[in-house]
Design a protein around this ligand. Structure first.
Ligand SMILES: Cc1ncc(COP(=O)(O)O)c(C=O)c1O
Length: 342
């Protein structure tokens, strides 16, 4: 089998997850409620420090449910320039909810509280209403970086000071929790809604949650229904997701250590550059610096040596570590990269 560094979404469910699926008690979640979904929602809400959570099929739907719950057509959201919600969700904010995005900052995933403040629309009939500020933790395109707490606090304070709610795209919040040692509720205290993916580093086959207070969840349930995301005997999926949340948070530290190892080893190969000091979590960005050689060509070459990776830009490769990768795979990657870079 290839060593697959493309994403932390490629993991296969563990034996414990498969056993939990077989044993799961289920019901029609739409008609009477599914008991296993209910348990997952309660456990996820408690982990996130929010009143309630809803189970949805994907991280994209979790974010879009939140956008639908907070906005009306014609509104504007403020988010980071490379945020998943505006970059990789197929234009859903505009298509589904009729909102436009004001995007701030650069490739480092950051936006300053001052920029956010400056971008808030005045209450003026010519302007859209600023309806939501979105944060992303960890930031994917920036390379899995943990946005510092001081910045999260300051941006949230600016938004809330203007009566604007904050949504936290916490697809990989568990990675930020482990890397920073700051518990999830301390991060989510600065957000009015939060999404969390169980199917990324935590290893569940399918599913995310979106969490918030009771009023938010009442609105979110309607949006989830509208998007077709309210599933029937979804306890089968929730059962695996419960195992993911119960068993796989602490071990993310292993993925982070492995990612630093990837950065160290690849950074030493002539023509590639990566900085282990910039690896906060499980994502490593590697720049191809040899003239005439593209990231796509290097990815192809690695593929021929049984190592899969994604090009994230003309010169940038993204390596992601996860449950199904270990030291042997990093060795295989290094050997392959040495061969490809010749
Ligand atoms: C930061 C972030 N948010 C949301 C998502 C969407 O998750 P999904 O692929 O489950 O729709 C991703 C997926 O990679 C992501 O990286």
């Amino acid at each position: 089998m290839a060593a697959d560094f493309r994403s932390d979404t490629v993991t296969r469910p563990s034996a414990a997850m498969r056993a939990a699926i077989l044993e799961a008690e289920v019901g029609d979640d739409v008609l009477d409620g599914d008991p296993t979904v209910r348990l997952l929602e309660e456990e996820a809400a408690a982990w996130l420090g929010k009143d309630r959570a809803l189970f949805v099929p994907s991280g994209t739907m979790a974010n879009q449910v939140a956008l639908g719950a907070w906005t009306s057509p014609g509104d504007e959201i403020i988010c980071q320039r490379w945020a998943h919600v505006t970059t990789f969700e197929g234009g859903a904010a505009g298509f589904l909810h009729g909102v436009q995005s004001m995007t701030l900052g650069g490739r480092d995933g950051r936006m300053s509280p001052e920029e956010v403040e400056e971008s808030m629309r005045p209450d003026f009939i010519h302007c859209p209403r600023t309806a939501l500020v979105c944060l992303e933790q960890t930031h994917n395109v920036a390379g899995g970086v943990v946005i510092p707490m001081a910045e999260v606090e300051a941006i949230s304070a600016v938004a809330r000071g203007r009566g604007v709610p904050v949504h936290l795209d916490g697809a990989r919040l568990a990675n930020a929790v482990v890397a920073s040692g700051i518990p999830a509720p301390d991060w989510t205290a600065h957000a009015d809604s939060v999404s969390l993916c169980l199917s990324k580093g935590l290893g569940a086959p399918v599913g995310s949650v979106v969490a918030g207070d009771g009023d938010f969840i009442e609105r979110a349930m309607r949006v989830r229904k509208r998007l077709g995301g309210w599933m029937r005997q979804a306890g089968l999926l929730a059962a695996a997701a419960r195992v993911a949340l119960a068993q796989n948070v602490g071990r993310l530290a292993l993925d982070h250590a492995l990612a630093r190892e990837v950065a160290e080893r690849l950074g030493k190969i002539e023509g590639l550059s990566s900085d282990p000091a910039r690896v906060d979590t499980n994502i490593v960005m590697v720049t191809v610096e040899r003239e005439g050689l593209t990231a796509a060509a290097v990815a192809d070459g690695l593929g021929q040596h049984g190592v899969q990776v994604m090009a994230m830009g003309p010169q940038v490769l993204r390596f992601v570590t996860h449950l199904d990768l270990g030291a042997d795979d990093v060795q295989r990657l290094e050997t392959a990269a040495v061969a490809v870079m010749g």
